[in-house]
Design a binder for this molecule. Structure first.
Ligand SMILES: [Zn+2]
Length: 464
């Protein structure tokens, strides 16, 4: 039924070039005649090389929908937006050849629905789905994705090509009586990009003006968040520069990759970070000396709107007297997630007088942190649970003695209260000794690159 129209499309697709040539010659009969004459002359010169050069490609030989044309396409049709070929039960002369169908996934499509449309058997579908992990991706098709299927003379499925994404393609092929699946992975070409800017009003604006993609601005802030408080510390004249990866495929940009080196100058001090993955597969950002840029503790364990009370002596509005405030109060919206400041273990979780709902974490031997006035605790955790840095342990509330929703946060070293805003935070684990030499070789090169770029950037700024 649709088979004819498919063939026509196939023909048009394959012969688009020759059709165009044909129109041109009709419009320029004289040119054609001249060409024929010229060709004749050339032939007398070149007839002995013609055989050797004969190359039946589309551009040199106008093609017709001949039998050879249909049997050839074991090479995949590149960009054919054809509808699927319905099962062809009539025995046309072409029925004995292998045929590729191209299917575009529709909304709500499943592989079963596609197989049904193509009149492929449930047995073949089953044989593919039981191949396990490689074909599990076929359970979650997305509209617009493309399949190419090759059927044999008796309309049995021989081959299936599924473009999972630009980098991954699933190939399923009949080998003997069974199907074999393999996922072909393409590696993008990674190019390095540089960006540098001076902050005038905000990091975000400077980042955007310099052309740094939004998500990388956030990542940049994340890298230096350990040393720079981007809500409070940014000043006009602060500078940053970034070397980051861009992934290209077939000469076109696919996506932004990772920041691999960056520098941030804040109020006269420059922080530097280099991304490094050790042979054990652990990736982190390190200072040029090989220390982790991360601290063992988050400076601020919550996204807050303002600091409503600092560490030190203060007048307590509810108790109506002067007393020491042994933590920092972060005012924030009710329900805002509160994160564990560092890796640790929950040693208390419950109500505790004026603290209301409180969680206390023990970190290693001598540091503990306390989070008070919670509205509720994180589910699934209990006293004794281990939590990772940044893991949500509860939500901002107003339980206990509190005039408004806020987190009261305490930091204790050997049982002594310290000001969480100023206490020197220990670094997270530095680069492992056995990777140190490799890291230094890697980072020296990247930092030099960053410095050279900054230098030229500064020079060009001066001349502007
Ligand atoms: Zn407080």
């Amino acid at each position: 039924m649709n088979y004819d129209s498919f063939l026509k499309r196939d023909y048009k697709f394959l012969c688009r070039d020759s059709v165009r040539h044909f129109r041109l010659t009709r419009l320029h009969i004289i040119v054609l005649l001249a060409c024929v004459l010229l060709l004749g002359t050339l032939l007398t010169f070149a007839s002995h090389t013609a055989k050797a050069r004969h190359n039946p490609t589309l551009s040199t030989a106008p093609q017709t929908p001949s039998a050879t044309h249909v049997t050839l396409p074991l090479a995949l049709p590149a960009a054919m937006h054809a509808t699927p070929v319905p099962g062809n039960t009539s025995l046309s002369p072409q029925a004995s050849v292998h045929r590729w169908s191209v299917v575009r996934v529709r909304r709500g499509d499943t592989l079963a629905a596609i197989f049904a449309r193509l009149k492929l058997t449930p047995g073949e579908l089953h044989a593919i789905m039981v191949l396990g992990k490689p074909t599990a991706t076929l359970r979650a098709l997305r509209p617009g994705q493309q399949f190419k299927l090759r059927t044999g003379p008796d309309h049995t499925l021989q081959e299936l090509v599924y473009h999972i994404n630009p980098l991954h393609t699933l190939h399923i092929q009949r080998e003997g009586g069974r199907f074999k699946a393999r996922t072909i992975r393409r590696l993008p070409e990674v190019r390095l990009a540089h960006v540098a800017a001076t902050i005038d009003s905000s990091l975000f604006l400077a980042g955007q003006q310099s052309g740094l993609p939004k998500n990388l601005i956030m990542k940049l802030a994340g890298i230096f968040a350990w040393d720079v408080d981007f809500a409070l510390d940014i000043r006009k004249g602060d500078r940053f520069s970034v070397v980051y990866e861009e992934d290209f495929l077939d000469g076109r940009k696919l996506r932004d990759g990772n920041i691999i080196a960056a520098a941030f100058s804040n109020r006269g001090h420059t922080y530097r970070a280099v991304r490094y993955t050790d042979a054990g597969g652990r990736t982190d950002y390190y200072t040029p000396a090989g220390l982790s840029v991360r601290k063992a503790f988050l400076r601020t364990p919550v996204a807050f709107t303002r600091i409503s009370s600092r560490f030190g002596t203060r007048y307590h509005p509810l108790l109506n007297r002067i007393r020491a405030h042994q933590g920092v109060d972060y005012a924030g919206a009710r329900g805002t997630p509160i994160k564990a400041a560092g890796d640790g273990k929950i040693i208390f979780r419950g109500r505790k007088g004026g603290y209301g709902r409180v969680v206390i974490l023990q970190h290693g031997g001598h540091i503990s942190t306390l989070y008070a006035h919670m509205r509720k605790f994180a589910r699934t955790q209990h006293v004794g649970s281990h939590v990772r840095q940044g893991q949500i342990i509860g939500y901002i509330g107003q339980s206990g003695l509190a005039t408004g929703p806020h987190l009261h946060y305490e930091f204790r070293v050997n049982g002594v209260h310290r000001n969480p805003l100023t206490v020197t935070l220990p670094h997270a684990a530095p680069i492992a000794t056995r990777y140190r030499q490799d890291f230094l070789a890697h980072s020296t090169q990247l930092l030099a690159r960053l410095a050279v770029y900054d230098h030229t950037q500064l020079a060009s700024n001066r001349t502007q």
